[in-house]
Ligand binder design. Structure first.
Ligand code: HXC
Length: 261
């Protein structure tokens, strides 16, 4: 499929989706959202993708938010609400994908760009990365999940601080807050992301999927229900060939070879 706003590249154990609008800091317009949806359709249909990496084209930005020239033209509250709901559905789809999603944040991740990054499972940032929710400076607020996902990571008042001030945080602050899992030199970012994707691809895929699902669902519920979910997922994994392979390989002192069965 031909894309105008993104590129999609597949390698050994990874698929790289790059938002490619560098002249506007990779801002997300509606066509970009549509193309990301189509790319996810392709990735899901293709089934053998180990992990998905999202990145932004160029040197300066991951994604600097929703496209403000498009936002300015929205005519009504219901148009704005529809757009927010659409982006939220798309980002939730990323969050719930059955494979790991790695965000490779190479520069500005602002507004919708920060919200996109927050829907990933693992965030790698370059030393130049900057995160923020500057919507308040536009007289609006986050609409692609920022008020909901950031608070779950950093707590109520820290989330309010960043959403209410619009202040940016650098990569090290994001690391300290637990938003980012690793900060690397800019030149190494994509290699690092591909290496991590390949590392995850070598793990047992069904176990990976259950870990992701159990953590995602567990954080939305109480501890008792979360623990039940965990026990039930743990039990289900005992039907898999991969758990026999993993345990046999350990006892036979060899590397496991997982097949996702
Ligand atoms: C449209 C954008 C843009 C955006 C940058 N550009 N961000 N266009 N939408 N979100 C354009 C600029 O207009 C400019 O176009 C070009 O990209 C380069 O940007 P500069 O500002 O000249 O670069 P620089 O000085 O390096 O500053 C980079 C920046 C700044 C810090 C990222 O561009 C910025 O603050 N951008 C806006 C960030 C923002 O407010 N995001 C939140 C959007 S609202 P020209 O034509 O001049 O070259 C949002 C809501 C989500 O995300 C929820 C929706 C439902």
């Amino acid at each position: 499929m031909e894309f105008n706003q993104i590129t999609l590249e597949m390698g050994d154990g990874w698929t790289l989706l790059t938002i490619n609008r560098p002249t506007v800091m990779n801002a997300l317009n509606q066509e970009t959202l549509r193309e990301i949806e189509q790319a996810l359709d392709q990735v899901e249909a293709q089934k053998k993708t180990g992990a998905l990496i999202l990145a932004g084209a160029g040197e300066k930005a991951f994604v600097a938010g929703a496209d403000i020239s498009e936002l300015r033209q929205l005519q009504s509250a219901s148009d704005a609400e529809r757009l927010a709901s659409w982006g939220q559905r798309l980002f939730s789809r990323l969050e719930e994908m059955p494979i790991p999603v790695i965000m490779a944040v190479n520069g500005y991740a602002l507004g919708g760009g920060f919200e996109l990054a927050l829907s990933g499972d693992i965030l790698l940032a370059s030393e130049r990365a900057q995160f923020g929710l500057p919507e308040i400076h536009l007289g609006v607020m986050p609409g692609y999940g920022g008020t909901q996902r950031l608070v779950r990571l950093v707590g109520k008042n820290t989330a309010k601080y960043y959403a209410m001030t619009g202040e940016r945080m650098d990569a090290d602050t994001a690391l300290q807050l637990g938003i980012v899992q690793k900060v690397v030199p800019s030149a190494d970012l994509l290699q690092e992301a591909k290496g991590l994707a390949a590392q995850l691809t070598a793990q047992a895929p069904i176990a990976l999927r259950y870990i992701k699902q159990t953590i995602n669902q567990g954080i939305e519920t109480d501890l008792r229900t979360g623990l039940q979910l965990e026990a039930s997922s743990f039990g289900l994994l005992f039907h898999t060939q991969d758990r026999m392979e993993g345990m046999n390989a350990f006892l036979e002192k060899r590397k496991p070879s997982f097949r996702g069965e």
